[in-house]
Design a protein around this ligand. Structure first.
Ligand code: DP6
Length: 369
């Protein structure tokens, strides 16, 4: 579909020309949100093409809360490709971003053979990327950044209807960062290892309107080792990892069913176990990879004690490649849980409560689902 505000394409004549039909500048603006993995992607079969060893499953956050805004423009007047991050011109284009540019131009030049409308193939581009969330929020920004750039580039070069996710768009997001392919869609999203070109919205966010997410920031420093490097080390050294791979498809099936039935108990069980197993695999990697810190571990225990005392599962946690918990909770238990956090982590809540914890409604990207 189209017609939404997530992608806007404009064509303008910046210089007065005799022939008004010559377009001097094309630009596209779009925005996408980060996603949180419920069943983690970890390990590649092919590092270049970013082919994952296992399928993964995630929730895309609401763009109203956190997102990356990207504007990409192209013009014959630009001398070279440039990248601006948070309004600051970068010395060079990051390597993976360069891959995306090379790839979209290669694909466009192949099509150019039978359509000479693509005169802008030689135009340089300017990419502007801005996050509405601070990089200190502990959220991975590569997923939202690359999904957004992929949508922008494919809209500009492929002349697709605004907001359409084409195979080229999926490919670009994936070679930017594996997990970015899941941020192309809103709601509950699966990325298939048997068909790595494909990610799919399994359920829109409306499937579970009561579900809330709370993010706690224990540490906002960058991770000790990048996911890319760490997962490579895992595939080379961990035997636990091989066992994990055997269980993933079944887990995803169960998780999908729990979401279908809005069964919070099973949902939580599967999500917390997958997070714990993922971090156990990191520990089984040699030399070990440790993303959780003492506060993360304290929090894990707190959640289990709280759920136990409540006689029902009220909260679930999951940790990506970092120490900050993403918590899932139903709306009816949210206030009580926030009180609990204020009580146990008073220092954080007193000084920077609003920076540290965000509650978010899930929201799908209507144009893309
Ligand atoms: C732990 O997508 O950042 O967040 O493909 O090398 O860019 P690359 O890795 P990346 O890895 C994400 C790992 C994770 C789990 C997940 O998001 O599924």
């Amino acid at each position: 579909g189209n017609g939404d505000t997530n992608v806007t394409l404009t064509e303008t004549n910046t210089s007065p020309t005799k022939d008004n039909s010559i377009v001097q500048k094309r630009s596209v603006s779009c925005r996408t949100a980060p996603n949180i993995a419920l069943i983690k992607y970890w390990g590649k079969r092919n590092d270049e093409l970013i082919i994952p060893e296992n399928s993964s499953y995630s929730i895309t956050l609401s763009e109203d809360d956190l997102c990356t805004h990207t504007t990409i423009s192209m013009s014959p007047e630009y001398k070279c490709d440039t990248f601006y991050y948070e309004n600051v011109k970068q010395k060079e284009i990051p390597k993976r971003m360069q891959h995306l540019l090379d790839e979209i131009r290669r694909r466009t030049s192949k099509r150019k053979l039978d359509n000479d409308h693509f005169s802008y193939l030689n135009w340089s581009v300017e990419i502007h990327s801005h996050n509405t969330f601070p990089s200190s929020s502990g959220l991975a920004s590569s997923a939202s950044a690359y999904s957004s750039i992929a949508i922008g580039l494919s809209t500009l070069f492929e002349d697709t209807e605004d907001g359409t996710i084409t195979p080229t768009c999926s490919y670009l997001a994936r070679i930017g960062s594996g997990s970015a392919i899941r941020s192309l869609y809103g709601g509950f999203v699966q990325w298939y290892h048997k068909d790595p070109a494909l990610s799919e919205c399994m359920y829109p966010a409306e499937q579970w309107p009561e579900l809330r997410i709370v993010i706690l920031v224990f540490n906002s420093k960058t991770k000790p080792i990048s996911s890319t490097d760490a997962m490579k080390r895992t595939t080379q050294t961990s035997s636990l990892y091989k066992e994990r791979l055997k269980t993933i498809d079944e887990k995803i099936e169960q998780l999908n069913l729990a979401i279908k039935k809005r069964d919070f108990e099973n949902f939580s069980n599967i999500v917390m176990r997958d997070s714990n197993q993922f971090h156990a695999v990191c520990m089984d990697t040699y030399p070990p990879v440790m993303y959780l810190n003492d506060q993360s571990k304290h929090f894990i225990q707190l959640v289990h004690e709280y759920n136990n005392a409540s006689k029902i599962t009220k909260v679930a946690y999951t940790f990506d490649a970092g120490p900050n918990p993403f918590c899932f909770i139903l709306q009816q238990h949210l206030d009580e849980f926030l009180d609990l956090i204020k009580y146990f982590y008073p220092a954080q809540t007193q000084h920077r409560f609003h920076d540290q914890i965000k509650t978010m409604k899930l929201n799908r990207i209507p144009t893309m689902c």
